[in-house]
Design a protein. Structure first.
Length: 213
């Protein structure tokens, strides 16, 4: 019997932790285990095997998913996503500093995905600003409730510090525009001892997160 559906939802670009369906589309999926071991887990100086493995990865439709899987699961051995363990080492070192707002948005949409420390912090801050409870954050991030409370507490301090710096900037504003322009011209070479990085936000990101929340 033929089933008709009106679900036109596009295939998600960011897969959940338990979604391994991409592996079936890999070019190495149907290779014999001995061939996979020889090519994708070669000896240190098996250059010919590494070159052949990279040639297969170069044509693979799930190359990026394979690379992300190795990073998210701390797989440091073998060739994954067309990169050897030595070539992936710099990526493993900085993976916890990754800040991809598409992953932050996916977390707000309820996707169970691997988040870096920076991405988890971004989710927590947006959740705090929107008045989420620790229970809701714990459910979204699959965390222990006490851990979620600690994250919310840290987010509150971070937001308070940010607003404190912004308020200092507001207090120093000059009401008279002409006077402000004159002072700015005179103090062009003066640098404030406290440099507060500006928060970079886009309207599209804020709208997307608000919709997801």
């Amino acid at each position: 019997m033929r089933h008709i559906t009106t679900n036109n939802t596009p295939v998600p670009t960011i897969r959940g932790i338990a979604d391994h369906s991409w592996q079936a589309r890999g070019l190495c999926h149907n290779l014999p285990p001995k061939v996979i071991d020889a090519l994708f887990f070669p000896a240190a100086r098996a250059r010919a095997a590494i070159v052949e493995a990279k040639s297969i990865c170069g044509q693979c439709p799930v190359k990026k998913a394979c690379f992300d899987y190795a990073l998210d699961n701390e797989i440091r051995q073998g060739v994954w996503g067309g990169l050897t363990e030595a070539e992936r080492r710099p990526w493993h070192r900085k993976v916890n500093k990754r800040l991809d707002y598409s992953r932050v948005k996916a977390a707000f949409e309820g996707r169970d995905i691997h988040l870096s420390d920076a991405e988890r912090e971004a989710v927590t801050r947006h959740a705090y600003v929107r008045g989420w409870s620790p229970e809701r954050l714990a459910f979204t991030l699959r965390l222990d409730l006490d851990w979620a409370r600690d994250l919310m507490r840290n987010a509150a301090h971070a937001v308070a510090d940010r607003d404190r710096y912004w308020d200092q900037g507001d207090e120093t504003e000059v009401a008279d525009d002409e006077t402000a322009e004159d002072e700015t011209a005179e103090d062009e070479d003066i640098v404030s001892p406290v440099q507060v990085p500006r928060q970079v936000q886009t309207h599209s990101l804020i709208a997307a997160l608000r919709k997801a929340a």
